[in-house]
Design a protein around this ligand. Structure first.
Ligand SMILES: [Zn+2]
Length: 462
């Protein structure tokens, strides 16, 4: 739920964890970058920006009619969109649509890697190696998991380097050196080795102990695991990638904390972090869970945003907090996981009956079947991505409206949303937005702000 970049961060840790595991996710970092992984039928829906109407006023600070005339939210929205220059617009369109293709290619590439592991018998040999080293099932699972992560990391390397480094540099979004990128990847790899090992031991423990009802336990174990990761992430994981420090003292911080107190957020601190060492993208997030919840602003936002814009962003983040986005997300993903495990169970049994002996996979409790498990889970995730995107999008709309009410900065919100237009197409077609966008499009978010403004014109006009 990034307003802007990734207020979903903590939640993405959840949603992403299974993706991290899957061969379709090029890397832990790319999980965040992945825009609606997979899914087809893309380019055709892309519509050219529709703002050919004469710009009413091009000054972004007052793109509207004056107070003497009736304020028209639609026209004000068009005026804002018209302030984006053609070059930026074309670049973000290309970047966004390229992201769809990248998602599709990642999916098929990941599937190919998984079937390679199964068909060559490599997966079965990895299990045999693990069994030779240890007689204990949990340790065998860990040993298999380590081999799996290392081998898939290597096999997926070309794609993940392209997506996470080369492409970002080509579009001018990455500020990272190759050394910095490699170091990120090693940290991500180390985290994956630990977390994935834990998850696999829990998951396969459940499968072996409850051969008939493992799908319920599997979903429960995965959800609990995701909750723990979300809980520890802001305190233990995020600082491995970025330096977090309290926002500088000053009037901005005072206003932000006043807004937090006024909205019942028990925060006495707001954090900033050094995202600029990696990217030019602006971002803010609310991460964590229960006691570790915190709001963090990236330094690009602080450098490039006006006070009004930053307040609008923080108010959106506060909205997530107050509206219990994390709690809703857990309930929603609990259901998604249970249904997913039912599908995986169904698919696994059928695939195993047919190809089990070819692959050397004995049964669902055999860790050598992990690639198949993840293939099924990936297909499921792609198939339901319009539903998950829709769920997240609706939670973003709620936070947007909450943020408008709390900060009362419809113009600040609109201009910061436009800055996102640098890398997220501002004006997708309705079907495209429905399928791929986990945030409302810039057009819809600005229109929402302008409608709010129209109803609050007396107070908000400066
Ligand atoms: Zn959000």
């Amino acid at each position: 739920m990034r307003v802007i970049g990734s207020c979903r961060c903590g939640l993405v840790a959840l949603a992403g964890a299974l993706w991290v595991l899957t061969a379709t996710a090029p890397s832990a970092a790319a999980v965040q970058a992945a825009i609606a992984p997979g899914a087809a039928a893309v380019q055709a829906m892309a519509e050219p920006p529709a703002s050919d109407e004469p710009a009413i006023v091009t000054d972004p600070t007052s793109p509207t009619a004056t107070s003497q005339e009736a304020f028209d939210p639609e026209k004000a929205t068009e005026a804002y969109l018209a302030t984006l220059d053609e070059e930026t617009r074309a670049k973000s369109k290309e970047y966004t649509e390229g992201g769809y293709w990248l998602g599709i290619i990642s999916l098929f590439y990941g599937l190919a890697v998984a079937f390679f592991l199964l068909n060559t018998g490599l997966s079965a040999r990895m299990r045999e190696t693990a069994e030779r080293i240890s007689g204990k099932k949990p340790l065998q699972t860990v040993l298999y998991g380590v081999q799996y992560i290392l081998i898939t990391t290597v096999l997926l390397l070309p794609l993940s380097v392209y997506a996470g480094f080369i492409r970002e540099r080509r579009y001018g979004f990455s500020t990272q050196s190759l050394g910095g990128y490699v170091s990120d990847r090693f940290i991500g790899l180390a985290i994956s080795l630990v977390l994935v090992s834990v998850l696999l031991v829990l998951l396969y423990g459940a499968i072996r102990r409850a051969p008939r009802t493992w799908w319920v336990w599997g979903a429960g174990v995965s959800l609990a695991f995701l909750a723990v990761v979300a809980f520890i992430s802001p305190v233990y994981l995020a600082p491995l990638f970025n330096r977090y420090e309290p926002l500088d003292e000053g009037s901005l911080k005072d206003r932000v904390l006043a807004m937090a107190r006024a909205n019942g957020v028990p925060a006495d601190e707001v954090y900033q972090y050094d995202a600029s060492k990696r990217t030019t993208k602006i971002s803010a997030n609310v991460s964590g869970f229960l006691g570790t919840t915190r709001i963090s602003l990236n330094d690009n936002l602080l450098d490039r945003g006006t006070d009004e814009e930053i307040e609008a962003v923080v108010a959106h983040e506060i909205g997530h907090f107050v509206l219990h986005a994390a709690r809703e997300f857990f309930v929603f993903f609990g259901i998604v996981l249970v249904v997913g495990f039912v599908f995986v169970r169904w698919g696994f049994d059928r695939a195993l009956a047919r190809w089990g002996s070819t692959w050397g996979v004995r049964d669902v409790g055999d860790v050598a079947g992990l690639p198949l498990f993840l293939v099924l889970f990936s297909l499921y995730s792609v198939a339901i991505s319009p539903i998950t995107n829709g769920f997240i999008r609706s939670s973003e709309v709620e936070a947007d409206i909450y943020g408008l009410n709390a900060a009362r900065e419809p113009d600040g919100f609109s201009t910061i949303i436009l800055k996102l237009g640098e890398y997220r197409k501002v004006d997708p077609g309705p079907l495209e937005e429905w399928l791929f966008y986990d945030h409302p499009s810039a057009r819809n978010r600005i229109l929402m702000s302008m409608r709010w403004k129209a109803e609050n014109l007396d107070e908000s006009s400066d």
